[in-house]
Design a binder for this molecule. Structure first.
Ligand code: AMP
Length: 294
C-alpha cells in the first residue's frame, strides 16, 4: 500500500496509561534511555526546544499532551485553552517523535480519584499565592505522568521557573528515580517569551506585553553593570511595567533562585520573576541574574 512520508512519520498516539507504561518499560528492557516532555499542547518553539533536547539526549522520546483540569481554578481558561492536536502532531512528526501520550481526562482522573501531591515552601508565594491549588494540580499530574511514562529524564522549561523548581523539589522529596532537565526560555524575535496563551493577545495587547521582557532585560543590564541591591532592581522592573498602559502587574520580585524568598542583596545569583495581566490574558516571565541554579 502506498504511504506518504507524513503518514509514516506521524507519532503513535497512546491514550491508555497501562499501554504507555508497557511501551516505556519495553524500551528500557533494551537499555534504551527514555525522555519525557510533558506539555498541554498548542505546541510552539519553546515546547519544541525541549523535545529536541530529549531527542538529542535520549533513544526514545515521549511527548505528553494533556490539558490538566486540576491545575486550573474555576475562573481560569481551562475550557478555552487552545487545543491544536492535528498541528501539534505534524510538528512532532517533523522532528521524528515516535510516541505521543494523550489520554482522556477520565484515564488520569477516573471516578474515585482522591490522591494529591502538595509540595511545600516553594509553592506558597508568587504563582502559588495568585493561583491557589495550581501547583497541587501541577505536581499531581506530573507525578502521575512520571509513573505512567517512567522515563530516565524529563524536560521542563525555565519559562515556568516556579513550576520547574516545584517539580525538582517533588522528585527529590519523593525519591522519584528520574533526572529533571530544565531548559532555557525560548522567545520571539521581539523578546516576548513564547507561551500557548500568547494567541489570546490582540496586536495592541501583544505590543503592551513586550514590557515584561523589556523590564527583565533592563534588570539584567543593571545586574551586569554591577547593581546588587535587589530592591533597586525590583523597583525598576515595577516602574517599567506599571507605566505601560493596558498592563496590570500581579507581582515583580527579585528572589533567591532555590527558595524564591525575596532578596535584599544579591550575593551570588537571583531570579527576577514577573507576572502581569494584559487585557484578559495572564503572562509570566523571568530572568536569571547571574548563574542559573536550576
Ligand atoms: P505547557 O504546555 O505550557 O504546560 O508547557 C510545557 C512545557 O514547556 C513546560 O515545561 C514549560 O515550562 C515549557 N515551556 C513553555 N513555554 C516555554 C518557552 N517559551 N521556552 C521554553 N520552555 C517553555
Amino acid at each position: 500500500m502506498p504511504h506518504t512520508s507524513a503518514i509514516l512519520n506521524t507519532p503513535t498516539v497512546v491514550t491508555s496509561a497501562s499501554e504507555m507504561q508497557r511501551l516505556v518499560r519495553a524500551q528500557q528492557a533494551y537499555s534504551k534511555r527514555v525522555g519525557l516532555v510533558p506539555t498541554m499542547g498548542a505546541l510552539h518553539a519553546g515546547h519544541l526546544s525541549l523535545v529536541q533536547r530529549s531527542l538529542q539526549e535520549c533513544d526514545y522520546t515521549v511527548v505528553s499532551i494533556f490539558v490538566n483540569p486540576l491545575q486550573f481554578s474555576p475562573q481560569e481558561d481551562f475550557s478555552k485553552y487552545p487545543r491544536t492536536m492535528e498541528s501539534d502532531l505534524a510538528k512532532l512528526a517533523d522532528l521524528g517523535v515516535p510516541t505521543v501520550f494523550s489520554p482522556p481526562a477520565a484515564e488520569i482522573y477516573p471516578p474515585g480519584f482522591s490522591s494529591y501531591v502538595e509540595v511545600g515552601d516553594v509553592t506558597k508565594a508568587w504563582e502559588g499565592a495568585v493561583r491557589p491549588g495550581h501547583f497541587r494540580g501541577v505536581a499531581t499530574v506530573v507525578l502521575k505522568l512520571l509513573q505512567i511514562a517512567p522515563a530516565d529524564r524529563a524536560y521542563f522549561g525555565r519559562k515556568d521557573y516556579q513550576q520547574a523548581l516545584t517539580i525538582r523539589r517533588m522528585v527529590t522529596d519523593l525519591n522519584v528515580p528520574i533526572e529533571i532537565i530544565v531548559c532555557p526560555t525560548v522567545r520571539d524575535n521581539d523578546g516576548l517569551a513564547l507561551s500557548s496563551r500568547n494567541v489570546y493577545l490582540n496586536p495592541e495587547e501583544r505590543r503592551h506585553a513586550l514590557t515584561l521582557s523589556r523590564s527583565l532585560r533592563q534588570a539584567r543590564e543593571m545586574f551586569t553593570a554591577g547593581e546588587r541591591d535587589a530592591a533597586k532592581i525590583r523597583d525598576a522592573i515595577r516602574k517599567t511595567i506599571t507605566s505601560e498602559p493596558g498592563v496590570n502587574l500581579d507581582y515583580a520580585a527579585v528572589v533567591d533562585p532555590l527558595t524564591l524568598v525575596e532578596l535584599s542583596k544579591i550575593d551570588r545569583s537571583a531570579v527576577a520573576l514577573v507576572a502581569a495581566r494584559v487585557g484578559a490574558t495572564r503572562l509570566i516571565d523571568n530572568e536569571i541574574l547571574g548563574h542559573p541554579e536550576i
